[in-house]
Design a protein around this ligand. Structure first.
Ligand code: NAD
Ligand code: UGA
Length: 441
């Protein structure tokens, strides 16, 4: 597919590192994926993958068979001859006011400093606060004034659940560089994709770092806004789907990210809006919009539990709730910042017991919520059985496929609170269900 395959090293085999590594292999490069988690590397070398991500298992298997991807814990041995080294380790929320915790990124920088050779191109794929590229450069340069190397920023915009397609067919690739060499190498890495019409936006490193936060914060803003409009619809007797369509048909607005729900979750929007707010605070830049989005979203998740309590006329003590969905969205096993977990916590605090079902994310949720008044059942039907109400928190297709009749048959009381608008209110009401959804009065 390309003239000359490059040798790439990807450090971190999480969602982003593993998907990036596998996709770089798919477009023809030779990729070495490094992780310091030995168990993960062993699993990958044994043919397994550590995350649930549609299409990834097949892709990794194919690339291993083609000998274009390998997994190891040994960075030092593999960095020699690498055309570029991607840093794809986590940047979770730290302890200080939402600041991104850069300990993993800086640990990699320290490691690289010891083993780097002349002219290496170092690329941050992790989402990092503005100025992190400069800090990595300082860490390496202070230890190794004898080597020249090139810093590059190449933020990743993939979504969990459709990560492979997002990576291979992105709306754009953003690359921040400050040397011709780095620009040329990045151009060659993405050449198979640019040949297919993908655009690369080249800019400086700081602008590239900020672009990632700006994109995530803007999408989060759209969601927070449509959720407020959903509340307005409930108050005035309107229909949020029509409002979203009516807004979205305007090309200047667009229909994407205007689906109302229980608030945004996941490992990215919550942490990245917090990190952006902290950056603004440190620089004395008023980020009032970002601030409002964070607060509105936190309040929204808790408000969803109150919606359930209201549906049960305030009588929640001792009630059993079927909670359908624990992941922060469909097609992932990720429960980080999941609205479903906040709803579960709040309902449990109010005295309810929960029968929770998720096709992929139960183990992860159990680690966070524990087992007090929550049972993690093996099927959708077990969750609904004899419950006083059902709450749909994640938009899995298996929930969508459930017939209204099934709720009627399994539930003790016919109350359904649908936080993802999966059903038509008329269909639910027709068979006698008390149905509450978002922004559809
Ligand atoms: P993750 O936690 O799933 O994976 C990080 C991996 O890095 C882990 O496997 C960990 O063992 C490994 N690691 C940590 N320190 C290491 C070291 N010193 N050497 C080798 N390996 C090390 O994280 P993720 O979700 O893939 O996110 C990575 C970055 O990408 C974050 O900055 C995130 O914000 C960003 N991002 C994530 C997504 C997403 O959908 N998850 C999308 C775009 C960007
Ligand atoms: C998000 C971005 O979409 C990616 O571009 C980005 O790369 C990634 O964060 C990141 O930086 O890590 P992701 O978190 O996987 O991707 O999930 P999304 O599909 O964007 O959904 C995020 C949250 O918003 C979910 O809780 C989802 O349910 C919610 N959402 C999304 C809505 O409530 N309404 C919508 O219309 C869209």
């Amino acid at each position: 597919m390309i003239g000359e395959p490059l040798r790439l090293v990807v450090i971190g085999t999480g969602y982003v590192g593993l998907v990036s590594g596998a996709c770089f292999a798919e477009i023809g490069h030779h990729v070495t994926c490094i992780d310091n988690n030995r168990e993960k590397v062993e699993l990958l070398n044994g043919g397994g993958i550590p995350i649930y991500e549609p299409g990834l298992q097949e892709l990794v298997t194919r690339q291993r068979e083609a000998c274009r991807i390998e997994f190891t814990t040994d960075l030092a041995k593999n960095i020699k001859n690498a055309d570029a080294v991607f840093i794809a380790v986590g940047t979770p929320t730290g302890r200080v006011e939402g600041e991104a915790d850069l300990q993993y990124v800086f640990a990699v920088a320290e490691e690289l400093a010891d083993i780097i050779s002349d002219d290496t191109v170092i690329v941050t794929k992790s989402t990092v606060p503005v100025g992190t590229g400069d800090k990595i450069r300082e860490i390496i340069a202070s230890k190794r004034p004898d080597v020249s190397f090139h810093m590059t920023s190449n933020p990743e915009f993939l979504r969990e659940g459709c990560a492979v397609m997002d990576f291979l067919e992105p709306d754009r690739v953003v690359v921040g560089v400050d040397s011709d060499k780095a620009r040329a190498v990045m151009g060659r890495i993405y050449e198979p994709m640019t040949n297919q019409g993908v655009n690369i936006l080249y800019t400086d490193i700081r602008t590239s770092e900020l672009t990632k936060y700006a994109a995530n914060a803007f999408l989060a803003t759209k969601i927070a806004f449509i959720n407020e409009m959903a509340d307005m619809c409930e108050a005035v007797g309107g229909n949020i789907e029509d409002v979203a369509n009516g807004m979205g048909m305007d090309h200047r607005i667009g229909r994407n990210y205007l689906s109302p729900g229980p608030g945004f979750g996941g490992s990215c929007f919550p942490k990245d809006t917090l990190a952006l707010r902290k950056m603004g605070f440190d620089l004395d830049v008023a980020l009032n919009v970002v601030n409002a989005v964070i607060d509105a979203n936190d309040a929204r998740k808790r408000a969803m539990a109150h919606k359930v309590i209201a549906a049960l006329k305030g009588d929640i003590q001792g009630k059993t709730i079927a909670l359908l969905g624990l992941a922060f969205k469909a097609n992932t096993d990720d429960t980080r910042y999941s609205p479903a977990l906040v709803v579960a916590e709040e309902l449990r605090r109010a005295g309810a017991s929960i029968q929770a079902y998720d096709p992929e994310a139960s183990d992860q949720a159990k680690e966070v919520l524990g087992v007090d008044n929550i049972t993690y059942v093996a099927s959708l039907q077990d969750a609904l059985k004899s419950a006083d109400a059902a709450v749909i928190a994640t938009e899995w297709d298996v929930f969508r496929a459930l017939s209204p009749q099934e709720f009627r048959e399994q539930l003790k009381h016919p109350v359904v609170v649908d936080l993802r608008n999966l059903y038509r209110p008329a269909d639910m009401k027709e068979i006698g269900l008390e149905y509450y959804s978002i922004g559809r009065s």
